[in-house]
Design a protein around this ligand. Structure first.
Ligand SMILES: Cc1cc2nc3c(=O)[nH]c(=O)nc-3n(C[C@H](O)[C@H](O)[C@H](O)COP(=O)(O)OP(=O)(O)OC[C@H]3O[C@@H](n4cnc5c(N)ncnc54)[C@H](O)[C@@H]3O)c2cc1C
Length: 454
């Protein structure tokens, strides 16, 4: 295969990619200058979407791939729960962000159908719940929405969203709605998120503005459909503890003492695992990488699924923004997948998630009190719950990465290979503004593999 054909196939051909990510379009010319490509043994750490996708591309080009996964399942932050409700509940990623992406194409080619009706939004402020129309009768609510609209054009210094909101005049009575819309929605809180990072989120729109949810399938079933061959290469229950890249080959050791050897390694573990130094590198990682790991934000986060014996909210309710520790509740009506519509998901990230998580068995009492506050005394209809606490899970230690003040070019630094042996990939390594998404994780894997093969 000539190198031009290799690069073309890599990007749009045999890999099945119909979509050329913006950052790859920008470097396409460079890719055409490749002289040769690497083939050899590659170990991938982590069997989330980025690990599976990296394995798929590497295998297509004749590399021998092994994936070491710490848990007893593949998928990472794609985690679907079947059999609990009359639809599959997503405990991690849920929405397909945009329809110009590798991920969207994959999901569509798996036979998925989509739901786009997000239902009506309810807002709790000034002591009562309000419909969108009622909320827009309030001056402070309208002013807050106008302030949010200006974020894409922000030119000031890299302060937190909280400082920005205070300076811009977001009123106290709707501050929690600002937090829910702006920071909680990207895995953090307004005390932590930086304004320059928020501005760059506009780049996400390159993948499209739609947010689709699957009607007839779970995201885990898409992985099974699309990555069945890669799943055979996964070693489950292998918690990697050491990566030694001091010799000609890279040596990887797991918690059971198994030692694996490869020419190159791709590390796709969540940023929280790297921040906590759960993997020891020999020699130590360069300062550029350790600094980058600390500079990128990664906060606690929970999804709590509440089951009621009946629907206890108005028909066609989609989201509810509350004033307490739970910034956002989502109903199942919004996704039109449930016949009885009696499941509510509480979504909380950042400082509030840390506080809620620390309550242990008290979590559910707090959540039900807040449900009662926003919906009236409905907790007598509560039946059961499921708590997915991502921040408290040692294999994740958080929910998704975000830019805090000063994150700057940290993702770019983290994406640089080390000694032509170690690459980082995963959502936190995406350099084009698509961090914290499934398609961003895939694009980072593609970028790492293209660089490695060169
Ligand atoms: C609650 C929540 C909601 C989300 N909502 C959306 C959404 O609506 N839309 C969207 O596009 N994205 C969403 N995301 C983000 C999306 O899920 C992630 O960006 C993406 O799945 C990350 O993939 P990844 O491969 O980078 O990492 P992961 O999926 O985290 O995979 C990393 C893997 O590494 C493994 N691992 C950890 N430590 C070790 C070790 N020491 N040794 C071996 N393996 C290890 C982990 O077990 C895991 O399987 C959401 C995420 C969460 C948590």
């Amino acid at each position: 295969m000539n190198r031009r054909k290799f690069v073309h196939d890599m990007i749009v051909g045999t890999s099945g990619l119909m979509f050329l990510p913006a950052f790859l379009a920008a470097c396409k010319k460079t890719k055409l200058e490749f002289d040769h490509r690497f083939t050899g043994d590659v170990i991938i750490i982590g069997a989330g979407i980025s690990g599976l996708y990296a394995a798929k591309i590497l295998s297509q080009y004749g590399n021998n791939v092994t994936i070491l996964e710490a848990s007893d399942r593949v998928g990472g932050r794609i985690k679907s729960l079947s059999g609990y409700a009359d639809f599959d509940i997503e405990l991690g990623a849920e929405e397909i962000m945009g329809d110009h992406s590798i991920w969207y194409d994959m999901v569509r080619s798996s036979g998925a159908t989509f739901v786009e009706n997000s239902g009506a939004t309810l807002y709790y402020f000034n002591g009562s719940i309000k419909t969108e129309i009622e909320a827009t009768e309030n001056t402070f609510f309208n002013a807050m929405n106008q302030i949010i609209e200006t974020i894409g054009d922000y030119t000031g210094s890299d302060v937190t969203a909280e400082v920005f909101a205070n300076l811009a005049g977001v009123s106290d009575n709707v501050f929690h709605i600002f937090n829910a819309k702006v920071a909680n929605s990207i895995g953090s809180c307004d005390e932590h998120v930086g304004m320059h990072g928020l501005r760059s989120i506009e780049e996400r729109r390159a993948s499209g503005t739609s947010k689709k949810i699957l009607r007839n399938k779970s995201l885990s079933s898409i992985l099974e459909n699309q990555f069945s061959q890669e799943m055979e290469k996964v070693v489950l229950n292998s918690v990697v503890t050491n990566i030694d890249y001091s010799g000609a080959k890279v040596s990887v050791t797991d918690n059971a003492g198994n030692v694996y050897s490869a020419d190159k390694v791709i590390v796709t573990v969540p940023l929280g695992v790297l921040k906590n130094n759960d993997i020891v590198f020999t020699p130590e990682l360069p300062v550029s990488h350790t600094y980058a790991i600390q500079q990128i934000g990664f906060d606690a986060g929970l999804k709590i699924i509440l089951q009621f014996d009946d629907r206890v909210w108005p028909t066609n309710t989609g989201k509810i923004f509350g004033p307490g520790l739970i910034p956002e509740f989502r109903t199942t009506a919004a996704i039109e997948r449930s016949a009885d519509d009696r499941f509510l998901t509480a979504i909380v990230h950042g400082a509030k998630a840390e506080e809620l998580s620390s309550q242990g068995i008290g979590i559910i009492d707090t959540v039900l009190q807040e449900v009662d506050q926003v919906l009236g005394e409905v907790s007598s209809h509560y039946v059961d719950h499921i708590i997915q606490d991502w921040g408290n899970d040692p294999l994740f230690r958080g929910v998704m990465s975000y830019d805090k003040p000063g994150t700057g070019n940290a993702r770019s630094a983290l994406s640089q290979p080390i000694s032509d042996k170690i690459w980082f990939a995963g959502e936190a390594v995406h350099t084009g503004g698509h961090q914290g998404t499934v398609h961003g994780a895939m694009e980072s894997a593609l970028q790492a593999v293209l660089n490695m093969l060169a």
